[in-house]
Design a protein around this ligand. Structure first.
Ligand code: AN7
Length: 360
């Protein structure tokens, strides 16, 4: 039986490209190395021919892309002697912070908007032993509080304003290039704080600058219509969307995002909540891939922009599916149309249920 070395996470794999030294104690949960899945059925339903791949970041240890950045942020915090980390979060950052703090043996403080984070994410933060502080305010308010309090208390901020976060997250672009043998023509992502889209661009540019790849993608960022500061052109004070992960009106990486939009010749656009949920469901029903609502914004936007010609026929597209569908079971069940029935526990009743629901 052929053996291969155990995969031990993205810091070990990309240590030469990350700010790590030989004696850094690495805090890892085996993050990264996520599948790049080629969609089979959805492209066939589209009127124009394109190749679509999804980078399934929901398969990271805590179920979102945040693990890529959090392993780096916590590794560096520990190296610098920090005993506690803090973040504001719409859910996924808090889950990742809680898990990596547990792994490192330090404390995580997480500020979350009361009642506005998905159940799975809350359960993660609580289960990993974070100090969960619900605030009567949204993410943006929480983020400001975190910045203010970190000036007065011995805590390291692990939101994406921590530069190590983007360093870790850039590795997703490395993986894509390594698997495709080139950069895609278009890379579509959901945008909240715009940290992840910025990190991806950093990764692509680094491989390009170092001669590993000779093309660059156009970066496309999609926001939820009720929470779309990049489309409005200014900060939004009361963001609202079913995609709670990207319910962010004051993006922290505002300048970085506009810079990469220009450099990559990409664009930002918005998707309605209906389109986001429809794309989430389509992906689940037609491809067997379950992502959370925010993630589906990438696919919803890409499909629309293929249809309207902004993304030309023949393009190779990567959509990042930022988080796992299991993060938000409530939204999934609420919009599900699959028959959920209860029948008598008899062969006859079960047989009838089968025959009544045979398709084709
Ligand atoms: C599933 O957890 O900001 O544009 O506090 O969870 O880098 O902010 C989450 C963001 C997309 C947006 N998809 O990424 C948080 C948080 C999912 C997310 C985004 C988030 P950025």
């Amino acid at each position: 039986m052929p053996f291969r070395p155990r995969y031990t996470g993205l810091i070990e794999k990309y240590r030469d490209r990350l700010p790590i030294s030989d004696d850094t104690r690495i805090i890892s949960l085996g993050e990264g190395n996520t599948p790049l899945i080629r969609l089979n059925n959805i492209p066939k339903m589209m009127s124009k021919k394109v190749e679509i791949y999804v980078k399934y970041e929901g398969l990271n240890p805590t179920g979102s892309f945040k693990d890529r950045g959090m392993c780096m942020a916590v590794t560096k915090a520990v190296e610098e002697g920090s005993k506690a980390i803090i973040c504001a979060s719409t859910g996924n950052t808090s889950a990742a912070a809680a898990a990596y703090a547990a792994r490192a043996g330090i404390t995580a403080f997480v500020l979350i908007p009361e009642g506005k984070i998905a159940l799975g994410k809350l359960s993660q933060a609580m289960m990993h032993g974070a100090v969960v502080i619900q605030i009567k305010g949204n993410f943006d308010v929480g983020m400001q509080l975190v910045k203010d309090v970190a000036k007065e208390a011995p805590v390291t901020i692990v939101n994406s304003i921590n530069p190590y976060r983007l360093q870790g997250q850039k590795t997703a672009a490395f993986e894509i290039v390594e698997e495709l043998g080139s950069a895609p023509d278009f890379h579509c992502l959901p945008v909240g704080n715009a940290g992840n889209i910025s990190a991806h661009w950093m990764g692509y540019k680094e491989y390009h600058d170092h001669g590993i790849v000779n093309n660059l993608p156009r970066m496309v960022g999609y926001q939820a219509a009720g929470s779309a500061p990049f489309i409005r052109g200014h900060m939004v004070d009361d963001p609202e969307t079913v995609a709670t992960a990207i319910r962010i009106g004051h993006p922290q990486s505002w300048d970085l995002a506009w810079k990469l939009q220009k450099e990559s010749n990409g664009w930002f656009d918005e998707c309605s909540d209906e389109d986001i949920l429809a794309a989430q469901k389509l992906l689940a029903e037609k491809e067997g891939i379950f992502c959370e609502p925010a993630s589906a914004a990438a696919l919803a936007g890409a499909m629309r922009d293929v249809n309207n010609g902004k993304i030309p026929e023949g393009s190779k597209i990567v959509c990042t599916l930022t988080g796992h569908g299991l993060k938000d079971p409530d939204t999934a069940i609420k919009q599900s149309t699959s028959p959920l029935m209860t029948v008598d526990a008899t062969m006859l009743a079960v047989k009838k249920a089968i025959l009544d629901n045979m398709v084709g």
